[in-house]
Design a protein around this ligand. Structure first.
Ligand code: DX5
Ligand code: ZN
Length: 218
């Protein structure tokens, strides 16, 4: 069985304390830090952009995993790469030229991630397997933390892992990951689990121990 990485989403952190929150989750044993960028256009919510990512970067020792829920993507890739993103994930649904977008992400020096909304099938991914380092299967409709896991996506993860074969591509799950749903997607072949509300519940920068307990429970 493969090693599972936990990537807490700072969408559920204290937005006035991102630096301390990132240090707290790393100290509590997370693997990656997942950073959700939303533009109020591709998704019905707004978070922050590259300058906030650059500020957060100084407080993360490990992998900064930047999930772009924005359209268009291409004009901003260089800015997120310069901000220190290790992984930049763009949505298949965000524009007509995902192949070009993935090329541009790799050219920026970042690892290339491809995200799929719950309504999107995996057929198009077959033509992009040599372009991606990570495929993110959204298990909620993107835009908000704390939503309910969409169970129909588990079969999609299983099919995707079969399609990937022995290629070195991560399958990341984003949305509704809990103690109950994590084993389902891990068994189906996922190896990076994003979790926002399930990691940050019960804790704070002043009381970070619950973050560690939550990470170990997932
Ligand atoms: C949703 C975001 C997720 C979100 C997950 O649009 O991409 O990363 O923060 O939150 P939970 O784990 O609470 O579903
Ligand atoms: Zn995300």
């Amino acid at each position: 069985s493969r090693a599972i990485k936990i990537a807490p989403s700072i969408l559920s952190a204290d937005f006035a304390n991102f630096g301390a929150e990132c240090e707290a989750i790393e100290a509590q044993g997370c693997d990656w830090v997942h950073v959700d960028v939303m533009d109020g256009h591709f998704v019905p919510n707004i978070t922050f952009g590259p300058s906030t990512c650059a500020a957060i970067r100084k407080h993360i020792k490990g992998v900064m995993d930047v999930h772009l829920m924005i359209a268009p993507v291409d004009p901003y890739i260089e800015a997120f790469a310069s901000a220190g993103a290790d992984v930049i994930t763009a949505h298949l649904e965000a524009g007509p030229h995902i192949h070009r977008t993935l090329q541009a992400i790799r050219a920026s020096g970042a690892k290339a991630g491809l995200a799929l909304n719950p309504g999107t099938g995996i057929e198009s991914v077959a033509h992009l397997l040599d372009m991606v380092d990570l495929i993110c299967v959204m298990t909620v409709n993107p835009g908000f933390g704390g939503q309910k896991f969409i169970h129909s996506q588990v079969d999609k993860v299983r099919s995707l892992r079969a399609m990937i074969g022995d290629r070195p591509i991560h399958i990341e799950i984003d949305g509704g990951v809990t103690v109950e749903t994590a084993p389902l997607v891990a068994a189906a072949g996922a190896d990076v689990l994003v979790a926002g509300s399930a990691v940050f519940k019960g804790g704070s920068v002043g009381n970070p121990a619950p973050y560690g307990e939550n990470i170990r429970a997932i």
